[in-house]
Design a protein around this ligand. Structure first.
Ligand code: MRU
Length: 345
């Protein structure tokens, strides 16, 4: 395998290493991923995260194992296990399904490695295409609100929603960003704020519950978010809190856009109701958890609900910004996503 490098993933001399996102922004530590157990644990702990990134990391680990000489059966088991590592983001499933098909070929070693490498390389191009389509929508000086982290940390390229923001900023440096901190795991406060700071893009960090009042005050011009899975009818799952933002944006007449590669479309899910939602640990809501230790403020036995994602219905969405183009509600209602979102330019 050729060496590859992006913000949160490296392949060097056939070895995969990942940036530990659970320790950002204060500690930038890389860890080696040589086996499936390590990657499954890292995905569960969100050391590596974001729908495209977990798919790419899993595929490259499979390629590493193939090059290390694992036999076909062992590689098949690795693919099956990684496919189940997180339930909501469909990119992981699509990637593992593609590798499983490559495994069926006669020259399966070459096919699997090529497939995994292509996933990384294509993701960069997908990010650029989304950025071009999305940036064309953004007007001078817009103040854009975003949620969770959808940038270079979550992809092999410049990101999805954050990639659009980055491209828009390259063209007009007067745009600015409202960053939702994104409870419970604070991807906005820890990761998006860090990325925007590194890029020199003007931002203000807010707690999730502040979005409504800034919208009411006329201080938000657009909402852009990523997606973990888009159903055939245009409903989509994304980080918990996204649905609330869509309701708020609708109420205030603020354009709401979802940005994702066509590989995030799951034509097998007719509506958002069919998307499985990951349920996470109570400790994440009872306080804060992370590599730096835990701080708990709720009663130790507090009963908790902790869905990691919610579903935003298509009726609240103005723009679906894919690598294949920008789609509006009429196009989505007409069935643009029924075949995976790739059919229309
Ligand atoms: O739990 P996370 O941090 O993996 O959640 C990530 C998101 O919800 C992102 O918005 C989504 O994966 C798109 S990333 C380009």
């Amino acid at each position: 395998m050729k060496d590859r490098d992006c913000l949160a993933l490296r392949v060097r001399s056939g070895r995969l290493t990942l940036l530990d996102q659970s320790r950002l922004p204060h500690v930038q530590a890389w860890f080696a991923v040589d086996d499936v157990d390590t990657l499954v644990e890292a995905i569960h702990a969100l050391r590596t995260r974001g729908a495209p990134m977990i798919a790419i990391a899993a595929a490259l680990l499979v390629a590493v194992r193939v090059e290390a000489g694992d036999d076909r059966e062992t590689v098949g088991r690795a693919i099956a296990r990684l496919r189940e590592a997180r339930p909501t983001a469909v990119n992981l499933m699509h990637a593992m399904d593609a590798l499983a098909r490559a495994l069926e070929q006669e020259d399966w070693r070459t096919a699997v490695v090529h497939n995994a490498e292509a996933l990384f390389d294509n993701d960069r191009a997908l990010c650029d295409a989304m950025a071009e389509h999305g940036a064309a929508l953004i007007g001078a000086g817009e103040r854009i609100l975003t949620h969770c982290n959808t940038g270079g940390l979550a992809t092999a390229g410049i990101g999805t929603a954050l990639g659009v923001i980055r491209r828009a900023h390259e063209r007009d440096n007067s745009i600015s960003v409202w960053v939702d901190e994104t409870r419970p795991l604070l991807q906005g406060g820890r990761l998006t704020a860090w990325e925007l700071g590194e890029l020199g893009i003007d931002y203000r960090l807010i707690t999730d519950s502040m979005a409504a009042s800034f919208m009411a005050a006329g201080e938000v011009d657009r909402v852009l978010v990523g997606a973990d899975r888009i159903a055939a009818n245009g409903d989509f799952a994304n980080k918990i809190g996204t649905y609330g933002l869509a309701v708020l944006a609708h109420h205030h007449g603020i354009p709401f856009g979802v940005v994702a590669p066509h590989t995030t479309v799951d034509a097998g899910c007719a509506t958002g109701a069919a998307i499985p939602i990951e349920q996470r640990l109570a400790a994440e809501v009872r306080g804060v958890t992370g590599a730096a230790g835990e701080l708990s403020w709720a009663p130790a036995n507090a009963t908790v609900a902790n869905p990691a994602f919610d579903v935003t219905p298509a009726e609240l969405i103005d723009h679906w910004i894919l690598d294949t183009g920008v789609f509006d509600r009429m196009e989505v209602e007409a069935g643009v996503f029924q075949f995976g979102g790739a059919a229309v330019g």
